[in-house]
Design a protein around this ligand. Structure first.
Ligand code: FAD
Ligand code: NAP
Length: 696
């Protein structure tokens, strides 16, 4: 393939020169041909720019919503609260398909998708005609032409949502994993429109009997079109989770390869027709800096000689610790690229959640700690290596931090409910550490390095002149094995012994649920010996029809946990727990933030419980006097990320003893599955992706 395939002379923008005389049109034909909805020479403006306008409007609504909501933050009124509850309900309410173990996107996102579907179908199918009445009007059928332009306009958005660091995240704070749903949906539209571009050409020319001639004459268009659509089909369908789960490395390598070939071939296919190449420039402008930025950050800022220490924990988790020269907040993850496990591992990276907090001492280096449950691929190799070389150092490239909780929602919440399942256990540790630090006033007193979260919390306090938030922390962890439960208790115990004071411990409660076979098989005698049982039946902790057995930890080693940890058998009844917590904080006139990391069913239960609470607000139900409980959901439900974070600041009770305080009216932006709450004046925070940003 060479530039010779392109039509000479090559220009950036194709010619729009057109006269009816050159085509031999009658006056009537000329007027008909130049009608706006099917005039070939302006089709890029009419259809591609409209598509750009639609997609930018969707993006803009969420960005503007953030600022508008900031303005209204101080104007608390009942309709406003209900509007918030409605938006939240739409953001959280999702559907779980048990047979497929699949969580749908939230209802609000499904409505956005429906709006997109209506837009694309109306733009494509309502204008008439689909085909020209004769070949006199040209060889491009109007349906094919407009579908092609709309498809092309999707391309910059597909690439804009493809990278971990990206402009949309910079503008809205929506983390890359939450944007994945848009990446997929816009790609579906892109592919469908490409098909609706291709088939009308075939139908049209078969109808007029010149298909073979067209093919021979338009070799460039047809060959490049066919190859491009084959690669696009691969990109669209081979990204399905079934194929990804067969081999993630294979999926990723082929996805990147196919994307590169597709763009190249598609570039030739467009052959500078009208403004088609402008969309390639836009795509490159959006994509290249975002692709390059993490690499530059890793190589220049973090360094390429970083070493990770690997050990295996008692419960089989691989513990990876890495010195770090950057800060992060609870819930953020990094991509780790281990370069000493062969070529394929060196070219792929894996996401893991940071289970530690950055150091607060100026001269002390921070340490990233990851707890990894091994699967069949790289994580199994890493685990084997750590077993045979405990404490060994391995070269690693760190890319991150990404995602994480909404730090403003965290800092503005009175109460935290942190829910995790299985390997999500490690994810809860920074929440506990952060809470204990706040409670023991360590953050304010120590002069060390300040995290983003600290900055927001301090700002919050300055504005609100209140004691440090959050006031309480409740952790609910479900695990299937006893060793993980013991490991968790020991790890929390070590963590608490570093910071905790009796004052800070009194506001924490940890509920550890042992589920599945382990719960049935657990030897009660052992339990009595190691973890004495204290009968305390809690309806919210009981699985259906089974009464939970509960114990408090009183072994000498776990002494600090004795007052706060309860062990229960059976699944936690998460909807009930959330309802109970909501009622409790409503009565106290406080707010609640809910965070969850676990399997799909767990996410589903939590988000729908929170949605249900918002529905009650919407219906005008009052719990605890005039309180309205408001919840905020950050929902990164995506095929590669099973984590949801919910944060839910509630309103201030005007009768609450904690007054005086300005009314806490959450203000949010919502892009896809993202919201951000804030109730004060502007705060500057650092973005999880590393870009600085100012939020109202
Ligand atoms: C944001 C995020 C944070 C995570 N944090 C943790 C954590 O703290 N602890 C933990 O134990 N696990 C965590 N995981 C899961 C972890 O990334 C995967 O288990 C790991 O990458 C599997 O590697 P493998 O080669 O052994 O997987 P395989 O045995 O090949 O596959 C197991 C599963 O992991 C998926 N997977 C494989 N490679 C990747 C990849 N590069 N990116 C995404 N998914 C992949 C596969 O699709 C498959 O579903 C996290 C995942 C995400 C998306
Ligand atoms: N994104 C991140 O940061 C991150 C980090 C780590 C893990 N993860 C994800 O978290 C998930 C954890 O998987 P895993 O294999 O480690 O865990 P697991 O072994 O499957 O254990 C999950 C636990 O949660 C319980 N559970 C499941 N659904 C529940 C529900 N609806 N209500 C109450 N309890 C429920 C299970 O109970 P039963 O035994 O009764 O089923 C079990 O005890 C994975 O999908 C993983 O990818 C994400």
């Amino acid at each position: 393939m060479s530039a010779a395939w392109l039509t000479p002379p090559i220009t950036l923008t194709g010619s729009r020169d057109f006269t009816c005389d050159s085509l031999g049109f009658t006056e009537e034909q000329c007027a008909y041909y130049q009608e706006r909805w099917h005039f070939w020479f302006i089709a890029d403006h009419v259809f591609a720019l409209s598509t750009i306008a639609f997609l930018m409007s969707v993006l803009g609504i969420f960005i503007i919503g953030n600022f508008v909501a900031g303005y209204w933050a101080w104007r608390a009124s009942s309709p406003w609260k209900r509007a918030i509850a409605l938006t939240r309900y739409l953001s959280y309410r999702g559907f779980h398909v048990q047979a497929l173990q699949w969580n749908s996107a939230p209802l609000g996102l499904l409505l956005v998708a429906a709006a997109g579907t209506v837009f694309f179908f109306c733009m494509d199918l309502i204008p008439q005609p689909y085909y020209w009445p004769s070949l006199d009007f040209g060889s491009s059928p109007p349906l094919g032409t407009r579908s092609g332009w709309m498809a092309l306009a999707c391309m910059p958005f597909v690439f804009a949502t493809a990278t971990k660091t990206n402009w949309i995240t910079l503008l809205t704070g929506v983390s890359h994993e939450k944007l994945q749903v848009f990446h997929r949906w816009i790609s579906y539209a892109f592919f469908l429109l490409a098909l609706m571009h291709t088939f009308p050409f075939i139908v049209y020319h078969i109808r007029f009997g010149d298909m073979v001639m067209q093919f021979e004459m338009g070799l460039l268009f047809y060959w490049t079109g066919i190859v491009a659509i084959i690669f696009q089909a691969w990109l669209t369908f081979a990204s399905h989770s079934v194929i990804r789960n067969l081999g993630y490395e294979f999926f990723k390598a082929t996805h990147l390869f196919a994307a590169a070939i597709f763009v190249l071939i598609f570039f030739w296919h467009c052959d500078y027709t009208l403004s088609s190449w402008h969309y390639f420039i836009a795509t490159a402008a959006v994509y290249v800096p975002c692709y390059a930025f993490p690499w530059l950050r890793t190589c220049v800022e973090y360094g390429t000689r970083v070493k990770a220490q690997v050990t295996v924990e008692e419960n089989g988790f691989t513990r990876v610790s890495i010195p770090a020269n950057f800060t992060w907040v609870p819930g953020q993850h990094c991509f780790l690229r281990f370069t000493s496990f062969g070529f394929f591992q060196a070219v792929s990276s894996h996401p893991f959640t940071i289970c530690s907090l950055p150091s607060r001492e100026v001269h002390e280096k921070s340490e990233l700690v990851f707890y990894i449950r091994h699967h069949r691929g790289f994580t199994a190799r890493l685990n084997q290596f750590a077993l045979s070389h405990p404490g060994a150092l391995l070269p690693v490239l760190v890319d991150g931090p990404y995602g994480g909780i909404n730090i403003q929602a965290y800092a503005h919440s009175d109460n935290l409910l942190v829910i995790a399942g299985g390997s999500g256990a490690g994810w809860t540790l920074p929440f506990i550490e952060q809470f204990v630090l706040r409670q023991s006033k360590a953050v304010d007193e120590e002069p060390g390095q300040k995290t983003d979260l600290d900055a927001v919390e301090r700002e919050t306090e300055n504005q609100e002149r209140r004691p440090s938030r959050p006031f309480t922390l409740r952790v609910v962890l479900a695990t299937r094995d006893t060793t993980s439960r013991t490991w968790y208790l020991q790890t929390v115990d070590e963590l608490l012994s570093r910071y905790a004071t009796s004052e800070s411990l009194s506001n924490i409660s940890i509920h550890l649920h042992l589920t599945g076979k382990a719960a049935q098989e657990v030897d009660l005698a052992d339990k009595t010996q190691d973890l004495p049982v204290e009968s305390d039946e809690s309806p919210s902790s009981s699985p259906d029809g089974i009464t939970a057995q509960e114990s408090t930890t009183q072994t000498p080693k776990l002494a600090t946990l004795a007052t706060l940890a309860k062990q229960l058998d059976g699944r936690p009844k998460l909807p009930l727990i959330i309802q109970e917590e909501a009622a409790r904080v409503a009565n106290a006139g406080e707010s609640l933030a809910v965070f969850v990391c676990g399997p799909a069913t767990m996410q589903n239960d939590v988000r729908n419980a929170v949605a249900g609470t918002n529905l009650k607000v919407l219906k005008g139900s009052k719990s605890g006097g005039d309180n309205i409980i408001e919840f905020l959901l950050q929902n990164p439900v995506s095929k590669i990320d099973d984590r949801i974070t919910l944060a839910s600041p509630a309103d201030t009770d005007p009768l609450s003893s904690r007054t005086p305080e300005p009314p806490k009216i959450p203000v949010f932006i919502y892009l896809g599955c993202y919201r951000s709450d804030y109730k004060g004046s502007p705060i500057t925070v650092s973005h999880p992706n590393g870009f600085p940003s100012a939020r109202p």
